[in-house]
Design a protein around this ligand. Structure first.
Ligand SMILES: Cc1cc2nc3c(=O)[nH]c(=O)nc-3n(C[C@H](O)[C@H](O)[C@H](O)COP(=O)(O)O)c2cc1C
Length: 444
């Protein structure tokens, strides 16, 4: 058998970039049922993060580069500034292939099957909103009742999603209390009933994302993966921690390897990928078919492109290299994402105007709430996005003190204008921020 790295060896932590064997790299593609995913990278579902704006941001706008600066680093700030404003004309909606963005598959935040089944058609549409350029896209459901989950999977299929995924990993108390998410890991017979019900209800590929088990005394990941395969599921993704681990310690990749050994359906590895080297190391250590990335994505939206660059350069030269974001890149990234949030409101409002008569009474409240949500989201992302931005603390403060979307955008403009624009950001690796773990209801 091929040698595998164990977590203890941690060879990928070596500062020598090519400590990894030459062949170790993320696969160019894999298939889930009849859906081809290329490259073999997946944006993890993250409640409160991976809504349609963030998903499109990662897929279509993850290419914030400063070609002028890179080609002519000696050129001054004035020219750089011109470039910056020219960037505003950049069409972030322009189609970017998955190969270019480096992200092969995106997933929705988890959605309650109970809620989805009960919702009115119009509200459902808001929950299941996605745009044409998001394909292939998977919708994730959680719940514990087989019929309700099957019904919701049908709704997902009818809404045009390419895949449906079942969440068996959510550790949140309110989800576990209803026997959903990781709560089900203690009840394999019920999981099998759910697998059968959903499989019987839809023809699109059906996948499951799970943790290793409830705790170390009750590790079920291999058994569960076999159950998934036996019941016709098309792939499985393992976040290599138990429910009791929460997000502590290191993900135990050896369990991803054990799952991969046990089944023939594709296995997606997940947990603690922070760099392209980590992604290659996970493939090397586990032989997984694809890698899934969560917390690193909002901290470093370039991660997918960096993995693609690392893979391509490794193929070409045997040594993996990739671009590090410049200060200008960070400016574009923050500006673009926040502008996309503001634009999304406009789109929602236009759609709402069309339904004006029906919502007249509640319209103002809904509008106020949406604007509050938008600014709230900007503040949430400000903490992650400004890591590595020199003087980022001051920018965070200005954003936190802003009252509305346009005020946030002008704070960003002003901040970056005052910066020395041709200075590269510190090249420290971007670490997922601890605040991510406390900010989402997913992890309570
Ligand atoms: C804020 C947040 C929200 C999350 N929401 C979901 C979710 O909706 N569904 C899910 O299956 N996992 C969810 N997760 C778990 C991630 O998908 C992923 O399994 C986990 O973060 C480990 O991967 P990472 O080390 O790459 O972050 C969430 C994680 C975080 C930090």
């Amino acid at each position: 058998m091929k040698k595998r790295y164990t977590l203890e060896q941690k060879r990928w932590d070596s500062p020598i970039e090519h400590a990894m064997p030459e062949h170790s790299r993320v696969p160019a593609s894999f298939t889930i049922g009849n859906v081809t995913i290329a490259p073999a990278t997946v944006l993890a579902p993250m409640a409160g993060v991976t809504d349609t704006v963030f998903r499109r941001f990662i897929k279509n706008a993850s290419q914030f580069t400063s070609p002028l600066e890179k080609c002519h680093p000696e050129r001054g700030a004035a020219e750089s500034k011109d470039l910056r404003f020219a960037a505003e004309a950049t069409d972030v909606e322009a189609e970017t292939t998955n190969q270019q963005s480096g992200c092969g598959l995106i997933m929705t935040e988890f959605t309650s099957a109970d809620g989805l089944s009960r919702m009115r058609e119009t509200k459902r549409k808001r929950y299941l909103t996605y745009y044409d350029d998001e394909h292939p896209i998977s919708a994730q459901l959680f719940g514990s009742n087989p019929e309700t989950l099957a019904n919701s999977a049908r709704i997902v299929q009818d809404a045009g999603f390419d895949l449906v995924d079942l969440n068996l990993g959510c550790p949140a108390k309110r989800v576990v209390a209803c026997n959903g998410g990781s709560g089900l890991l203690r009840d394999l017979p019920q999981i099998e009933r759910i697998f059968k019900a959903i499989r019987g209800a839809v023809t699109i590929p059906f996948t499951v994302k799970f943790r290793m088990g409830w705790n170390d005394k009750d590790i079920v990941c291999v058994e569960l993966a076999k159950l998934a395969e036996d019941n016709g599921l098309n792939a499985c993704a393992l976040h290599a921690r138990t429910r009791e681990d929460g997000y502590t310690g290191q993900a135990r990749w050896e369990y991803i390897a054990a799952v991969k050994d046990a089944v023939n359906i594709p296995v997606i590895g997940n947990g603690d990928i922070r760099t392209p080297e980590d992604a290659a190391a996970m493939v090397e250590a586990t032989h997984c078919d694809a890698v899934m990335i969560g917390r690193t994505a909002p901290a470093n939206p370039w991660i997918f492109r960096q993995i693609a660059q690392y893979t391509a350069s490794k193929e070409a030269t045997g040594i993996g290299t990739y671009d590090h974001p410049t200060n200008d890149d960070r400016y574009r990234m923050i500006r673009t994402y926040f502008q996309m949030l503001v634009d999304e409101i406009a789109i929602e409002e236009a759609a709402e105007a069309a339904r004006a008569a029906a919502i007249e009474a509640s319209g103002q409240i809904a509008r106020d709430q949406r604007h509050r949500d938008c600014v709230g989201k900007m503040k949430q992302f400000a903490s992650w996005f400004t890591h590595g931005v020199p003087g980022g603390g001051a920018l965070r403060k200005q954003i936190f003190e802003s009252k509305n979307g346009p005020a946030v955008l002008s704070a960003i403009e002003q901040f970056f204008e005052n910066q020395s624009l041709n200075r590269d950001a510190e090249s420290l690796p971007l670490e997922p921020d601890e605040s991510m773990l406390t900010s989402a209801a997913y992890c309570d």
